[in-house]
Design a protein around this ligand. Structure first.
Ligand code: PBG
Length: 327
C-alpha cells in the first residue's frame, strides 16, 4: 500500500477530474497578438527569423485584424516599419506615420478589437537605438519628449492602449502628462516596466529591422541578473501612472512575474518574445518536440506565474487549439 491514505493520483486519473481541479486557466481572453505593419499595398512579407509571422501593409493588416477579432483575441500590439529612418526617428511621431495610418484603418473597420501601440524609437532611428544619441550614448530626457509626442500621435489616431517599450527614466509620467493635456485622460498606459537586455529579442530585430548599429541596449534595458530592481522599476512606473505593467521576456523571468504578482495588485502583462516563439517553432519544425503541446505548456506556465495578459506570437495558434478544447 502507498504511504498513508493520501493519494494525489486520485485527482489525476480522469480527464474531467483534472479539469475540475485545474488551478490555472489559459483562455483566448488572456492573449495579445503582436503584428508588424509596413508601407505599401498588398504586402504580406514572411519574416525569415519568425516562421509563421509576416510584415503586413495596412490593407493586409486590416484583414488580419478582422480574423484575429473573429477568433475572440481581444487585442493586437502594433509595431511599425517606417519608409525612412533618421537620427531622431521622425516617423515615430508623424501624423501619417505607418502605425498612425494602421490604427486609423483598423479602428474604422474592426470595432471589436483593442489596438495597443508600441511606443519606441528603435524601429525609426537610423542608428537603431531607442532614443536620441549624442556623444555615443542615448540621451534620456530629449528622448522622453519624443516618446510623449509619439504616444499622443497614437492616441490621436485612435489607439486604445499606449505601450512604451523604450526603458527611458520618467517616460511613463511624461506620457501620462502629455496624454492628459491632449484630453486623452481615459487612455491607459501599459508600461514595459521590467524589460531586460535580452538575447531573446534577436528574431524581432530582424523582423522590425531595429538592431542597434553600434553597441547594445544594456545602458537602458535591465540586467538579466536583477529581480529586486524589477520591483523598483514597476513601483516607479505605477507611481508615474502606469495602468498595466509588463515583464519581458517571459519564460526566463517567471520568478519576476511571480514576484510582481505577489507585490503589486495591478494587472500584469508578460511578453513572450520572439526568441521564445522561435525556439519552440524551430524545435517543432525539426520534429524535436511537439510544438502544440510545448506552446500551450509555455503559455500556461506564464499564466501560472501570475501574468494576466500573455503577449505572444502564438496567439492565433493558441486560440485555435483552445477553441477545439485542447490543453
Ligand atoms: C522595441 C521593442 C523590442 C521588442 C519589443 N519592443 C526590441 C528591443 O528592445 O530590442 C522585442 C519583442 C520581441 O523580441 O518579440 N524597443
Amino acid at each position: 500500500m502507498a504511504q498513508g491514505s493520501i493519494r494525489p493520483r486520485r485527482l489525476r486519473e480522469k480527464t474531467l477530474v483534472r479539469k475540475l481541479v485545474r488551478e490555472t486557466t489559459l483562455a483566448v481572453d488572456d492573449l495579445m497578438y503582436p503584428l508588424f505593419v509596413v508601407h505599401g499595398r498588398g504586402v504580406r512579407e514572411p519574416i525569415g527569423s519568425m516562421p509563421g509571422q509576416s510584415r503586413l501593409s495596412v490593407d493586409e493588416l486590416v484583414k488580419e485584424c478582422k480574423d484575429v477579432a473573429g477568433m475572440g483575441i481581444p487585442a493586437v500590439l502594433l509595431f511599425g516599419l517606417p519608409a525612412h529612418k533618421d537620427p531622431r526617428g521622425s516617423e515615430a511621431y508623424a501624423e501619417d506615420g505607418v502605425v498612425q495610418q494602421a490604427v486609423r484603418a483598423v479602428k474604422d473597420t474592426v470595432p471589436d478589437l483593442l489596438i495597443v501601440t508600441d511606443v519606441c524609437l528603435c524601429e525609426y532611428t537610423s542608428h537603431g537605438h531607442c532614443g536620441i544619441v549624442e556623444d555615443g550614448t542615448v540621451r534620456n530626457d530629449p528622448t522622453v519628449e519624443l516618446l510623449a509626442r509619439t504616444a499622443v500621435s497614437h492616441a490621436e489616431a485612435g489607439a486604445d492602449i499606449i505601450a512604451p517599450s523604450d526603458m527611458m527614466d520618467g517616460r511613463v509620467g511624461a506620457i501620462r502628462e502629455a496624454l492628459d493635456e491632449a484630453t486623452f485622460t481615459e487612455t491607459p498606459i501599459m508600461a514595459y516596466s521590467a524589460k531586460y537586455a535580452s538575447a531573446f529579442y534577436g528574431p524581432f530585430r530582424e523582423a522590425a529591422d531595429s538592431a542597434p548599429q553600434f553597441g547594445d541596449r544594456r545602458g537602458y534595458q535591465m540586467d538579466p541578473a536583477n529581480a529586486q530592481e524589477a520591483m523598483r522599476e514597476i513601483a516607479l512606473d505605477l507611481d508615474e501612472g502606469a495602468d498595466i505593467v509588463m515583464v519581458k521576456p517571459a519564460l526566463p523571468y517567471l520568478d519576476v512575474i511571480a514576484r510582481a504578482r505577489m507585490e503589486f495588485g495591478v494587472p500584469i502583462a508578460a511578453y513572450s518574445v520572439s526568441g521564445e516563439y522561435t525556439m519552440i517553432r524551430a524545435a517543432g519544425q525539426l520534429g524535436w518536440l511537439d510544438e502544440e503541446r510545448a506552446m500551450l505548456e509555455a503559455l500556461t506556465g506564464i499564466r501560472r506565474a501570475g501574468a494576466d495578459i500573455v503577449i505572444t506570437y502564438f496567439a492565433r495558434d493558441a486560440a485555435r487549439l483552445l477553441e477545439r478544447g485542447i490543453r
